[in-house]
Structure formats: C-alpha cells, structure tokens
Design a protein around this ligand. Structure first.
Ligand SMILES: *Cc1c(COP(=O)(O)O)cnc(C)c1O
Length: 381
C-alpha cells in the first residue's frame, strides 16, 4: 500500500488498519461472551493513536475503555461518546482527584492512600464517588493486599461514600496458560470478590481473555490483542493492524573489506550492494537490531548491515537482482514478510515495546471501510 501513496509520503509510513482492529475486537468479544469486552488504550493506544482507535472501537460497540493516566483520559475526551466509561488504571496522583471527578473518569484505586484521598473528596462533595478497586492477588505490582480489601468491604460507611463499579485484579503469568499462578490468583480474587457481591469483576488482559471462562468474569481488558499481536500460545486468530515501511535513501556498492556504519562493525566479507533506509532509532526502530534484523522488499530478506543510526540504517541487498530496488522505493519493516512478533524477537524485546516506541515521526495512513486518512509526521491529534 505504501507504494501507492508515494507522492504524498514522508520518509516512512505507518499504516493502521482500523478494520483489522475492529475485527480483533469482534473476535475477542465473541470469545469472552457474555463478559463485556473493554479496550485498553493507554500509551496512545499502544502507539497507534488513541483518538483514531477509540472511535473505531466505539463503532464496533465498545463502551468501556482503560487508560493508565489521567492525562490520557483527558486526551481521548473529545472522541468519547456520552455512554462511554473510562477507567484510569494507575489511579489518581494526589491532588488530581477533583479534576478526575469533574470530568467523570473513574479511578482504579490501588493503594490505601488513593482510597483515602478519593473518600475525602466524596465527603467534601457530600456524594458517593465511583471507583474501581484493584486487589493484588499475587503480582505485587498494583492493588490493595487482599486482607486490606476485605476490611474495606466490611466498612459500611466507606461503601456509602464510594460506589465500587468494578473489582479488578491483574494476572502475572496469563501468557502461560499452564502456570499455577493463574489458578492461585483466581482463587484469591474469587474469595475476596464474594465480599463485594454486587460489584462486577475483571481479571483478564489479552492473554487472560484466551484462558478458561472463570477468568473472563464480567469484563475483560484486552490491549495488545486488539492491535493484532497474539498474546500467548494457541489463541484466537487475530489480524495484523500495523504496517511500517521506509524509503531507500541511497544505494551503493562496496568492495570486500569495506566497513559500514558507526564503529564500522560490519566489514563486507565480499563485494556487497547496500541500501541505506530512512529509519533509525529516533523512529523507534530498535538499535538492538543492529547486525541482526532485516528489512524486506517484495518478500526478499535484506539483512541489516552494521549499526542502526538515529535516522537511517543500512541493509545488504545482494539477494535482489540489480536494479530491482531503487532510491525512493519503500522497504517493509513490519508487514506480511516480517511480523511485529518477528521484530520483537530479533530485538530481544516484546511486541508491546516495539509498538509503543514507534512514535510520531512517520506519516500515518489510517484505513477504515474504504476511507483513508493521511496524517503527516507530528500532526497526530
Ligand atoms: C496494560 C493492561 C492491560 C492490557 O494488557 P494486554 O496484555 O495488552 O492485553 C490490562 N489490564 C491492566 C491492569 C493493564 O495494566
């Protein structure tokens, strides 16, 4: 697709297939029914652009959104329908409670201090305030210890001041379905949730949504699976959402023994043809792919030669017959020849990190039901 928009294009293009996003939402919704399927759109919808992702998901019926921070909730506010609910997973930083309440976002209360501050505001306003309560069922990251949450469950005045809308926990090992921690966390959470009989429950992220029914509870919170990455082994078939491509800046031939790039870490073993590509670590393309990863052109693998620079990298194009690849052509970095998971593996990281680092320096092309929207680098809102 990148080739077609050649004349408008910046040096690199990120294509976001909102139809695929919607299909993934449908697939997960189907899998977890009758549980409600929410969507985690923190970190600008994992780098895909929350103000495009949130409306597309609403058109697919999603009304339940999760962000990490208050500022992320505020930035999607203009695109939220009146019947949407937004939970703030990290809770509210001290001092921001009133802003959160005024705007109608719901904090996830993780600590005793967050609870105290929210309760103080409820008393000041003389009205119950909505909240989610997160319980630490064994991950030791966010949430109240189960024993403390149990004390709060029995505190009648608290229950009048705070309207618990969701009881939450998060799994540490959901991507390993056989891991005993999943059962242990479920058991801890289930006994606690009995103390909150009328409060809807939520355990599962993407990987948890692929686990057995008891993990789906009343609502699930997928993120990465919506964006097309299989969260674990043997899961729903998801469509890739993102493609990334960048232009050839220059083509050259070097003789055996010539060094390439910073530090001259690649020395050509024989004469080689090279192409310099307009993508580097400032575009979120991991520097750890130096000498390891590849770009693709029409399905042919073009291995990265030497270090990745800030704005460019060099690939060996000996696998192509000469004149096939020209300056200005686009090579594929993420797409049918090389998935996000492939890139993550080669970069020794996870797809989450690749996506969230990809950044705003690419031209973006959003497509949905035949409509195409172009956004120039840096213009994303
Ligand atoms: C980020 C996050 C999710 C989504 O996780 P994925 O693995 O991307 O599906 C769900 N719940 C919580 C609490 C999170 O922090």
């Amino acid at each position: 697709m990148a080739e077609r928009y050649h004349q408008y294009a910046a040096s690199s293009i990120m294509e976001i297939d909102l139809d695929a996003l919607r299909a993934n939402y449908r697939a997960i919704s189907c899998q977890v029914k009758p549980a409600q399927c929410g969507a985690v759109v923190k970190a600008d919808a994992y780098g895909l652009g929350a103000c495009r992702v949130v409306p597309a998901l609403q058109r697919e019926g999603c009304r339940l959104f999760f962000v990490a921070q208050l500022c992320e909730a505020i930035s999607i506010e203009p695109v939220l329908g009146p019947d949407c609910t937004v939970y703030i997973l990290n809770g509210i930083d001290p001092g921001n409670e009133a802003v959160c309440a005024d705007r109608g976002f719901i904090p996830v209360i993780n600590s005793a201090l967050q609870l105290r501050n929210w309760r103080t505001l409820a008393r000041e306003r003389g009205q119950a305030l909505p909240a989610a309560l997160q319980v630490d069922s064994g991950m030791s990251r966010l949430g109240l210890p189960a024993a403390l949450a149990a004390d709060f469950a029995r505190d009648a005045s608290l229950r009048r001041e705070i309207d618990f809308r969701l009881l939450m926990t998060h799994l540490a090992c959901a991507d390993d379905p056989a891991h005993s921690a999943n059962r242990d966390q479920l058991a801890t959470f289930s006994s606690l949730s009995a103390l909150f009989p009328d409060v809807p429950r939520s355990i599962a992220n993407s990987a948890g949504s692929m686990l057995a029914k008891p993990f789906h509870c009343d609502a699930v919170r997928p993120g990465i699976a919506l964006y097309g990455v299989d969260p674990g082994p043997g899961t729903a078939s998801l469509r890739p959402v993102v493609r990334l491509s960048a232009r050839v800046l220059q083509i050259r031939e070097i003789v055996a023994g010539t060094g390439v790039g910073y530090g001259l870490t690649h020395i050509a073993p024989t004469a080689q043809r090279l192409a310099t590509i307009a993508i580097g670590y400032a575009d979120g393309w991991p520097r750890s792919l130096s000498g390891i990863g590849a770009a693709y052109f029409e399905g042919t693998r073009l291995p990265i030669a030497g270090r990745i620079s800030m704005d460019s990298m060099t690939v060996c194009i000996d696998a192509l017959t000469s004149q096939t690849l020209r300056e200005g052509n686009f090579v594929e970095l993420i797409g049918p020849s090389q998935t996000l998971a492939d890139v993550a593996r080669d970069a020794d990281t996870i797809a989450y990190e690749i996506l969230t680092r990809t950044g705003s320096r690419h031209q973006r092309i959003y497509s949905e039901q035949g409509d195409i929207e172009f956004i120039n680098p840096g213009d994303l809102m």
